[in-house]
Design a protein around this ligand. Sequence first.
Ligand SMILES: Cc1cc2nc3c(=O)[nH]c(=O)nc-3n(C[C@H](O)[C@H](O)[C@H](O)COP(=O)(O)OP(=O)(O)OC[C@H]3O[C@@H](n4cnc5c(N)ncnc54)[C@H](O)[C@@H]3O)c2cc1C
Length: 453
Amino acid sequence: MKGNYDILIVGAGTAGVYFGWQMALRGHSVCIVERSKRENVGKRLEVFHIDSIKFSEFQVPPPEETSPEFFCKFDTGLFYAPDGSCQKEVTYPFHVMSLPLFLQRMFELAEEAGVHFEFETSFESLVLKSGKIKGAEVKHQNEIWKIEAGLLVDASGINAHVRSQLPQDYGIETFEPGPNEKFYVVLRYIKWLGTDYPKIQYTKSWSFYKTWLAPSTDESRAIIGVGATGSYDHGEEVLKDFFNTIELPPYEIERFERGVTPFRRPPYSFVSDGFLCLGDAACLTKPFSGEGVTAAWKLCQIAADVVDNALKSGQLLSAEALWDINVQYYRNQGAKFAGILSTVPSAANTSKKENHYMFRKDIVFSSEDFTDMNRDFEMHLSMGKILKIVFNLISGVLTGNYSLASLKAMLKSVTISGKVRQHYENYPNTPKEFHSWMLVADTLWKQANAEMA
Ligand SMILES: Cc1cc2nc3c(=O)[nH]c(=O)nc-3n(C[C@H](O)[C@H](O)[C@H](O)COP(=O)(O)OP(=O)(O)OC[C@H]3O[C@@H](n4cnc5c(N)ncnc54)[C@H](O)[C@@H]3O)c2cc1C
């Protein structure tokens, strides 16, 4: 027996440490177990990008601009048509930072608030009493420790080491994302050759190839990245197609990096008796970019308030006591993400020519739409704008730039997307109505995914 805490968190990545910190700030006892050494956490990713406006939304102090954690900041991004011939500007500032150094700073903030860390300690198994979670067994070097807690939190990343071990009837899906439900991200850290390089202080994205060029550690360096479903090989193929079409100034590759991020709907419930899942373990990434850090903080923030209220009113952290986490998340950000994700299969089926036409005619998207999507996770479409899109789509079919089959698929997908979003906005108030809600959700997702066939 190693201790008894209000909250035991598995994983000290951006989701686990943020949630632990927030709970400790609210006065609760928190232990975080992390399998890596303290100095190695987050080293899988040298550089990451974070939306600048999210620091204040989530009360995370931004880095000092003179610190080694901070690389640069950019205010705009450019999106390109498939052949690179036209571009649109998105106004949405991002910070470019070191993930390992950011996490080291977060560990200190969490410790100041009272979080207890156990590094080099991995989750082994659940501790159950009368079928309910009461903590976990963890392994530190060759010792097995039992840690008891009112709430066990899975923040262990994409493999969801805890959620995937839950009993099948525990009220949460135990899936691990399959190959087509992950983004295989392939990165090349490059250094521009000569002095005539683009001095990138913004991202450039080619949505058709899911490829981007982003600022890196200094202005003579950049990161070329691609995210593709299925496999790393598929990512490399997409990148090859990109390099054959888009010409970049000369550069040398300094480093390769690879990783996976979830690209599927999250479990229908994040909570059950004494249990919560967060971050990649809950498949919480932005469906249009695969970025997961701030997307997950939204769920963490909601969860921190709900758990705090339940603990302060002396409630056991049962599924009922935690249910409002699902309700608050799914009726807002979750509904928007679900609506966007359900359009992906049909969007993925458009040809390069069609994609080019849509880009040129502002069908998906205008500069304003790109900005709205990043900031609000939705586009603000007036009737005039909708009519213009419809007109351009019909013209596209008449002029041979857009096929009738793609038009039909798009209309079907927009209809299903609206239904999916509305269904999540009506997320059930209590676990009692959950089963029937889930059956309808399953049907809608099947309809959305049928577009892929
Ligand atoms: C190549 C790449 C680039 C990306 N770039 C960005 C970006 O620029 N911006 C952005 O917002 N998102 C980005 N993402 C996505 C982002 O990295 C993730 O969504 C986010 O880091 C998930 O955080 P997390 O805390 O949920 O999981 P992780 O960061 O995976 O943390 C989980 C932690 O749990 C630990 N752990 C695992 N199993 C156990 C166990 N059994 N016991 C104890 N500890 C365990 C792990 O060691 C790890 O430290 C990128 C992803 C990839 C793959």
